[in-house]
Design a protein around this ligand. Structure first.
Ligand SMILES: NC(=O)c1ccc[n+]([C@@H]2O[C@H](COP(=O)([O-])OP(=O)(O)OC[C@H]3O[C@@H](n4cnc5c(N)ncnc54)[C@H](OP(=O)(O)O)[C@@H]3O)[C@@H](O)[C@H]2O)c1
Length: 159
């Protein structure tokens, strides 16, 4: 694995989720997520997998759970991040797709090489946040604004 990329969308107060879902609807950001992760493998927490309406097409999805053996939205359920990353060790790039618990876990393991963060320009009621404190170890390389839709957002690539 050469690249381990955290991908997330957070509002201006770092919020990423509320009561098990994402509180905003931003079709253009979902398109960005799809384009960025297409053909790649994703690792996500079980609660994020629960929030999906279906298994994401065109991506291998590894769901982390200490309790489950399978999940309808997973290609494979893994009991640990170590198990998931060792299964993916031959891949060029894998994506860590949340939620908060899994982002923190991945940063703490010091396996993250890149971060792709969408900043959604607004503030919503959220009970989960992106752990911004870990970004101090990364440098912003490039940002692109998507101002046409509502909500508008800015994507920043960190390394
Ligand atoms: N805005 C965004 O970009 C974005 C992205 C993703 C998610 N979200 C939001 O974030 C929220 C979910 O985040 P969350 O923090 O509540 O949950 P989460 O990180 O999605 O999942 C947590 C679950 O992962 C499993 N897990 C955690 N650490 C593990 C480990 N070391 N080994 C094995 N399994 C492990 C456990 O599953 P078991 O309980 O089954 O053992 C735990 O309950 C939702 O609101 C979702 O919509 C937002």
């Amino acid at each position: 694995m050469k690249k381990v990329t955290v991908i997330a969308a957070a509002d201006l107060a770092s919020g990423i989720g509320h009561e098990g879902t994402i509180p905003w609807r931003c079709a253009r950001d979902l398109k960005h997520f799809k384009e960025t992760t297409q053909g790649k493998s994703l690792i996500m927490g079980r609660r994020t997998a629960d929030s999906l309406p279906f298994k994401l097409p065109g991506r291998k999805t590894y769901v982390l759970s200490r309790n489950l053996d399978d999940h309808p939205h997973a290609d494979k359920v893994c009991g640990s991040m170590l198990e998931a990353t060792s299964l993916l060790s031959d891949e060029e790039e894998i994506f860590i797709a949340g939620g908060e618990e899994i982002y923190r876990w991945a940063f703490d393991q010091k396996i993250v090489t890149d971060v792709v963060l969408s900043t959604i320009l607004g503030v919503w009621d959220c009970d989960k946040v992106f752990p911004m404190e870990y970004l101090k170890d990364f440098k912003a390389r490039y940002s692109k604004g998507f101002m046409a839709g509502s909500p508008s957002f800015v994507v920043t690539w960190f390394k």
